[in-house]
Write a protein that binds this ligand. Sequence first.
Ligand SMILES: O=c1ccn([C@H]2C[C@H](O)[C@@H](CO)O2)c(=O)[nH]1
Length: 137
Amino acid sequence: MDKESILHLLQRAREVRENAYAPYSKFRVGAALLTTDGKIFTGCNVENLAYGSATCAERTGICKAVSEGSRTFSACLITSDLEDWIYPCGNCRQTLAEFGDMTLILTKNEGDETKIMKLSDIHGGCFATMNELLNKE
Ligand SMILES: O=c1ccn([C@H]2C[C@H](O)[C@@H](CO)O2)c(=O)[nH]1
């Protein structure tokens, strides 16, 4: 991916981070998903009093995209309030893996430094497909 496209995704993720509803954690996250046909879907985290049922930014973005008919992604960029790299949580890794081995673009709270990898490089114990799950011992 070229630098310009990455910076555009970063800008969109920073914008949507402003909409994070995070009164409990006070930790805002923004994600921007790029589809294989060039569309961008953004998402922020949306919390509620039952902490465990918060929706992460990445899953908000995936749900928006799938609801609008897009299921094939080439990249997911994530940004947050953290001064360090933000990595997707286990639930999000599994949700992203459901839709293929996309590129992950990790960033920090500010600046345009990126860490780029494939989801499969970090998704560890997650199963990529139902077949993989069923074929596992
Ligand atoms: O990759 C991540 C990690 C955390 N969060 C959210 C969930 C919760 O609202 C808050 C604290 O974990 O950050 C995300 O949206 N994405």
